[in-house]
Write a protein that binds this ligand. Structure first.
Ligand code: FMN
Length: 309
């Protein structure tokens, strides 16, 4: 039976349309230690059985987490088993996504309204696999944060086997017009509530997510929580992770220069087996490697022009 404890200090958030195998390959050239996630995968998609290419892993990608979205314990258990067979190090249950598509399916953050169902799902996945089952949730499924409801959800889920909770430090508004982007930009972050959770549940790994952009913020949050997760910052500035292996894991990393990362990455995507993947999808993760450097945008344009020829 899988236990939910697996708390990596630094992780890169699951991001649909972004954290695909190419992005993960790029990040592994920069850091060999931070925890990587897939994009979220729904149980219907995984159970249809046509996701072999998306699910396949390269050895270098580890440690890597498969994020699942669903609401049926049996389907989630089957999907988790498939994930374990593909070699994922961990299964993460999506209980935080507020997108319209998730709402229609009653997946993601909607599940926070039915804690017993969430616990049944966690229990089924833990029974199915021998790797940790963790969860990514929000502080609330509304714009009000009800700490009593949140404590109850976390207790039920932890009794069911989840020991690590990634917490996106804001609530949600599930109304028409409130896209995930609007939820991110218009709802405030409430870091103190996440700190409070770690204090109240010292035996659990609480990972703080939301709005982190630099090293000083990471260091500040790590005073209060077991881990942090960065999303958009990793995508916009992948090279910011270059010292993280030594800073946070006391491990030596490749320490490749940007130029070396670029050439190794291009060698990778030029391989024969990726010829069917549109060039722009393969290039996209690399476009921000020079973030913050002079001439970054010219470099980007030249790269696109050269590769799209
Ligand atoms: C383009 C995009 C796609 C996302 N896709 C997912 C997803 O597949 N699963 C998930 O749990 N969260 C998803 N998120 C939310 C992020 O994982 C993260 O919680 C959010 O961006 C806040 O972290 P940040 O401020 O560090 O970006 C997505 C966010 C973005 C910007």
């Amino acid at each position: 039976m899988g236990s939910g404890m697996s708390c990596n200090i630094i992780s890169i958030a699951p991001m649909l349309g972004m954290t695909n195998q190419f992005f993960r390959y790029l990040m592994r050239l920069i850091s060999q230690q931070v925890l990587l996630y897939t994009e979220m995968v729904t149980t219907p998609a995984i159970l249809r059985g046509d996701m072999r290419d998306e699910l396949s892993l390269l050895t270098c990608e580890h440690p890597v987490v498969l994020q699942l979205a669903g609401n049926d314990p049996k389907h989630l258990a089957q999907s988790a088993r498939i994930g374990a067979e593909y070699g994922y190090d961990e299964i993460n249950f999506n209980v935080g996504c507020p997108s319209h598509r998730m709402q229609v399916a009653d997946f993601g953050v909607c599940l926070m309204r039915t804690p017993e169902t969430v616990a049944d799902c966690v229990n089924a996945m833990c029974e199915a696999v021998n790797i940790p089952v963790t969860a990514k949730i929000r502080l609330s499924d509304t714009d009000k944060i009800d700490m009593v409801a949140l404590y109850r959800l976390i207790k039920l889920m932890s009794c069911a086997g989840c020991q690590t909770f990634v917490i996106h430090a804001r609530g949600t508004i599930l109304k028409k017009g409130w896209t995930p982007k609007a939820n991110r930009s218009r709802l405030p972050l409430a870091y103190e509530k996440v700190y409070q959770l770690q204090q109240s549940f010292p035996q659990l790994g609480i990972v703080l997510n939301g709005g982190i952009t630099d090293l000083s913020q990471i260091n500040e949050h790590l005073q209060h929580t077991a881990g942090v997760m960065l999303g958009r910052a990793a995508y916009k500035n992948p090279y910011m992770f270059k010292d993280f292996d030594s800073l946070f894991y006391q491990k030596k990393s490749n320490m490749y220069s940007r130029e070396t990362v670029k050439s190794l990455y291009l060698d990778h995507i030029h391989q024969h087996q990726y010829r069917h993947v549109p060039m722009m999808i393969k290039l996209k993760p690399l476009l921000h490697i020079y973030h913050g450097e002079p001439h970054a945008s010219t470099w980007c344009q030249q790269l696109i022009a050269a590769e799209m020829r």
